[in-house]
Design a protein around this ligand. Structure first.
Ligand SMILES: *Cc1c(COP(=O)(O)O)cnc(C)c1O
Length: 371
């Protein structure tokens, strides 16, 4: 068996055709019809009015934080168990990230803890859906309404997923997606910010494009970034989006196969098949080693690698990030669930190109190393 990578995308739809169209017509920059098409088709898919394509998912979060007007000194609540991009967007805006521990079952933010962290400086919540199951948007919306907070929904892992029947990405003041190659829709690199508010959409378009102003180009009243997505990226993204429903089915099929084959393994905790909000979409197949496994994730991942199987550790919790501790943030914070799963959790090969025999082989070797 050749090496099984943790992720391999599927690119055998219209990707090549659309890319050729860009090259044949000369439209390779951010000006081009595929950018508009991806924006409107993606927005329609998640019931949003406006989509603003950007160069990656982290940029989407950075622009979103500014668009909802997070200012220096503002506190923003986020899960401790997430990617650095959520926290760095807050810090770069001068805000203060306030990490909250996760639930052990679905690994999402524990909403019962949020209110105890709210202060007069709290301005927003970043709601992140982790690994395949949506977080509790009802609770987050209730808390936000009660305390007058904005919501950014980070649905970067949730293309095609729903929350109580409504599309993930349709919640909050703005929502963000990534189109990195391990996501359910990829454009190579890419991302998008979505909103229903026209004014916010205009602000995001301006921020994405260096805040050029219309009255006199190269004269600026505000600072933005060059976060533009190219037509080449959008061409790939557009072709991918056409296959989203099919991709969701593949993820669920692979996830269910892992579930069946690993059901008798008493040394790991498997991901939940569903939580109260949705069936798992298995963006990745995430497992947590139990005490009787006698090893942590790092050890297990090394042993898997010796068998030619790629895997990835879980997120490293925000409150333990050296970069933030060195800034004087999160002194001596203790969030036991996030710390526990970060030490003992990792995910198995989960890409869309994964074959059934590769899943069978992966499970066989995992059981062998845990024996
Ligand atoms: C992937 C991801 C991002 C960042 O997206 P990039 O395109 O890699 O910058 C942000 N948030 C979450 C939850 C992600 O999974």
């Amino acid at each position: 068996m050749k090496f099984i990578p943790v992720n391999e995308p599927v690119l055998d739809g219209n990707e090549k055709k659309y890319l050729n169209e860009c090259i044949d017509t000369g439209w390779i920059s951010s000006e081009g019809k595929f950018v508009d098409r991806l924006e409107s088709e993606f927005a329609a898919k998640v019931n949003r009015k406006y989509g603003i394509a950007v160069c990656n998912g982290s940029a989407a979060l950075e622009a979103a934080i500014i668009a909802i007007e997070i200012k220096p000194g503002d506190e923003v609540i986020l899960p401790a168990f997430t990617i650095i991009s959520c926290a760095s967007a807050i810090v770069r805006a001068g805000g203060i990230p306030v990490p909250i521990d996760c639930r052990l079952d679905d690994k999402n933010i524990d909403c019962t803890l949020i209110e105890s962290y709210i202060t007069p400086k709290t301005k927003a919540i970043i709601a992140v859906h982790i690994y395949g199951l949506p977080c509790d948007m009802d609770s987050i919306e209730n808390i936000a309404r009660k305390h007058n907070l904005k919501i950014i929904e980070d649905a970067a892992q949730m293309h095609g997923q729903t929350y109580k029947g409504k599309p993930c990405g349709s919640f909050g003041d703005v929502s963000c997606f990534s189109f990195y190659p391990n996501k359910l829709v990829t454009s190579g690199e890419g991302g998008i910010v979505l909103t229903d508010c026209e004014e916010t959409a205009e602000r995001l378009k301006s921020l994405r494009n260096l805040c050029f102003n219309t009255e006199r180009r190269f004269k600026h009243y505000d600072l933005g970034w060059n976060f533009r997505m190219s037509n080449l990226q959008a061409a790939v993204g557009t072709a991918q989006l056409e296959r989203l429903n099919e991709f969701v089915k593949i993820k669920r099929k692979n996830g269910n196969l892992y579930q069946d084959l690993l059901a008798d393994c008493d040394k790991i905790t498997l991901p939940m098949k569903a939580n109260e909000n949705a069936e798992n979409i298995y963006w990745v197949f995430d497992i947590v080693l139990k005490d009787n496994a006698g090893m942590n994730a790092e050890k297990a991942m090394n042993l898997m690698k010796n068998h030619g199987i790629g895997s990835r550790p879980f997120f490293y919790p925000m409150h333990l990030q050296p970069v933030f501790i060195n800034m004087g943030l999160f002194y001596n914070m203790n969030l036991p669930n996030s710390e526990y799963i970060a030490e003992y959790g990792f995910y198995l090969p989960s890409g869309l190109a994964l074959k059934e025999e590769e899943i069978i082989y992966t499970v066989e070797k995992l059981k062998e190393i845990l024996k």
